[in-house]
Design a protein. Structure first.
Lengths: 653, 76
């Protein structure tokens, strides 16, 4: 069987998907768009289940709604599992009744039943089952309750018959029936007919006129209002409200949305997040992890020399691979901390409050407050961040936010920040490191304003969004989120960085005549770097081919900048110790406060890595805009970092 | 009265969603703002816009510009 999992945003759909499939998941893309599509096999069965994006209706207001609708209409789906958050059942059932207009059997999974009591509600499931005329299962996806029963229902679903329920008044149902008979489609006729009525096309006026006059509403309003009337009737029959306990969300909102405190709280939370990841965790673990890799390195050298392995292999393994990959893996603790913080912001419900608090600022930039979500996710990685722009309804918002997202320093750029600031700004390490995020915000504002000016169209961004209830961060869910991202990071270190380190070592250890040489000044990479070093002269104040090749390698992956710096300094002198990268004798000894700050700035705001560029190109779907953006971004980074260098140089003289 | 003119904690009943952009109108109606629905203003963002309302058992945020086109009658 092929099963579609459909439900509102925040309905716990993804949690249920994880419960149903366990580790048996495949992550791909929806055709034509950069939106994650998860498929899996339900535990203990052969049934394939597809996790559709979180949606409120099938009316294609947002891209996610359109993708979901097209998927349900154009594929052969045997069954829909509709997740409904029982605490906001009215809105959830709107989608349910829409799904029931399709020619696909629907099983309703009522989620978060454990929270009913807290909301002072009791639910008569038998009555609900009778009124919806379909199978219902009470579950708590988070706690794993009711999952077995749900799988049983799924496996036996072919036995049960399902009826199309007529939810509208008879005169409206007659119109729908009439329309159905005029349609060419053979399947999902009722859905198409209702959709035509909602869209209120003028060529239907001769049919709808009478009804519109009778109810004093246009046909769009008639359809949506009567759908909700039916839901009201269900809720009246099946739900009894007892006294409600004080709602935690209301209390927390008094604080987090407070007129005077909201913005300071936001700034403090963001600051804490980076301070914790880069500052505290960084300081605690930097020395420790560096020592580990230094030890591994010297141990390997001894071992290989004792084994009588030739010099160049020792150099390849130790100077190339271990230093290259190790310098990245040593930042793992910071990256785990950062992804944990982002995941907590997302799952607690605070992320949508941030968009609510700051939306007004974005009106001025012609954008929606939801732009903040990709920006915050982008501090982790640009690729999922660009993908998350799908939550915005307007194409303009999606495009602009995918353009500005790569300017936010991602976790791969974090090693660059950490490496330089911890050495040159030892006392104000965390403050200086955090300052880069504020520069990023400044650049983003400037770029948004420029795009708004040149795009020259009347922008009508909107902001209509659900503010979900606050939830306590769920340990299991957070762990899964962080695990997925960290796995990606390690995979990258083991593949891309591994290969790049070997190539870097090769280009540094062989001369232009392809002879092995230990003087890297004569290496192929030095030759290439010398041709390009002029570009970096205004940023670091020195003509250094080493700086040029390191910065350019950032295109492969931003972590590679640090790897390359380490490999070059390691091969240049006997310093095998990472902390000696800026000491006398190293080609990077010329770095000082001004040039290190400027060099970080350039790396943060120049082109993102290839993976992010590929996602961006797909997202923009316009080669011309993409190319302009690439050139534009490099120029901005260059102009910005060289001005910073010269200004700082002037003041520190 | 307009939805945008209500104060925090005021309750009202929706009379009409009077929005020209048909896609936006459908979206707002589908989020539950049909005629006769009771709503209550929960929060106004610190910068004065957007506002959030309790509707059909959940909290919905909407900009004042859109709330300007939603007509309501005050209950309390």
């Amino acid at each position: 069987m092929k099963i579609a999992l459909v439900g509102n945003q925040n309905s716990g759909k993804s949690t249920l998907f994880n419960q149903l499939t366990g580790m048996n998941q495949k992550i791909g893309n929806w055709p034509g768009v950069t939106l994650e599509q998860k498929t899996g096999i339900i535990i203990g069965t052969q049934h394939e289940i597809i996790d559709l994006p979180g949606i409120y209706s099938l009316s294609s207001y947002s891209l996610e709604e359109k993708i979901s609708k097209d998927f349900l209409l154009k594929n052969k789906i045997d069954l829909i599992i509709n997740v409904v958050d029982v605490t906001s059942i009215e809105r959830g059932l709107y989608l349910t009744t829409q799904l029931m207009d399709l020619d696909i059997k629907v099983i309703v999974a009522l989620n978060m039943v454990d929270r009913l009591k807290q909301h002072g509600m009791t639910l008569n499931t038998q009555k609900l089952r009778n009124m919806l005329e379909t199978d219902i299962c009470m579950i708590s996806a988070l706690k794993g309750n009711g999952i077995k029963e749900l799988i049983n229902l799924i496996s036996n679903s072919h036995i049960h018959k399902f009826n199309k329920i007529k939810i509208f008044p008879r005169n409206v149902e007659e119109i729908i029936f009439n329309l159905e008979n005029r349609l060419n489609q053979t399947k999902n006729k009722r859905f198409y007919a209702v959709e035509m009525l909602i869209n209120n096309k003028t060529n239907l006026k001769f049919i709808t006129n009478k009804i519109e006059n009778l109810y004093k509403m246009d046909i769009t309003e008639v359809i949506i209002t009567f759908r909700y009337e039916f839901i009201n009737k269900i809720c009246k029959e099946c739900i009894t409200k007892t006294n409600t306990k004080t709602n935690i969300t209301l209390i927390l909102d008094k604080l987090f949305l407070n007129k005077y405190l909201a913005i300071p709280i936001f700034v403090v939370i963001m600051f804490l997040m980076y301070f914790l990841s880069i500052g505290i965790v960084g300081n605690l673990t930097n020395e420790f992890s560096k020592n580990i890799f230094d030890n591994i390195n010297s141990y390997t050298i001894n071992l290989l020399i004792n084994l009588g392995v030739s010099d160049w292999i020792v150099s390849l393994i130790c100077d190339g691979i271990i230093i290259g990959v190790g310098s990245i893996l040593s930042f793992l603790p910071q990256i785990i901390m950062l992804f944990t913080c982002i995941s907590i912001l997302e799952t607690t419900g605070y992320m949508s409050r941030i968009t609510f608090v700051l939306d007004k600022i974005f009106i001025k930039l012609g954008l929606s407050g939801k732009v903040l979500i990709p920006l915050i996710i982008g501090t982790g990685c640009s690729v999922p961040a660009i993908m998350s722009t799908k939550i915005m309804e307007k194409e303009y918002d999606r495009k602009v936010s995918s353009i500005i997202t790569p300017f936010i320093p991602c976790s791969a750029k974090l090693p660059i920040i950490a490496l330089f600031t911890s050495y040159f700004y030892h006392d104000n390490y965390a403050v200086i490191a955090t300052s880069f995020y504020f520069i990023a915000i400044l650049i983003i504002i400037i770029i948004s304003l420029i795009i708004k000016k040149i795009s020259n169209q009347k922008i009508t961004s909107t902001y209509i969004t659900e503010l979900p209830e606050y939830r306590f961060p769920n340990l299991k869910l957070t762990f899964k989120n962080v695990y997925d991202r960290v796995k990606e990071f390690i995979k990258k270190a083991g593949t891309v960085i591994f290969l790049s380190s070997i190539i870097t070592w090769f280009l540094l250890s062989f001369s232009t005549k392809f002879e092995y040489c230990t003087n890297i000044e004569k290496s192929i990479l030095a030759f290439i770097g010398q041709k390009l070093s002029w570009f970096f002269y205004p940023i670091v104040g020195v003509n250094s081919w080493q700086v040029a090749v390191s910065a350019i390698q950032g295109l492969i992956a931003k972590e590679q900048v640090v790897s390359s710096l380490e490999i070059i300094s390691g091969l240049s002198n006997d310093a095998k110790n990472i902390s000696e990268i800026f000491s006398n004798g190293s080609p990077f000894a010329f770095f000082d406060k001004a040039s290190s700050y400027a060099f970080i700035t350039f790396n943060l705001f120049s082109l993102p890595c290839f993976a992010a560029l590929a996602t961006l190109k797909k997202e923009l779907n316009n080669t011309k805009i993409f190319m302009i953006m690439i050139i534009f971004q490099t120029l901005i980074a260059w102009a910005f970092s060289s001005s910073i260098f010269n200004i700082l140089k002037f003041f520190t003289r | 009265m307009k939805l945008s003119e209500l104060k925090v904690n005021q309750s009202a009943r929706i009379l009409k969603v009077d929005i020209l952009d048909s896609n936006l109108k459908i979206h707002i109606l589908e989020m539950g703002m049909t005629k006769g629905t009771t709503i209550k203003i929960l929060n106004i963002a610190p910068l004065g816009d957007p506002i959030s309302i309790a509707i059909r058992g959940y909290e919905l945020a909407i900009r004042k510009e859109d709330a300007n086109h939603i007509l309501v009658e005050v209950i309390s």
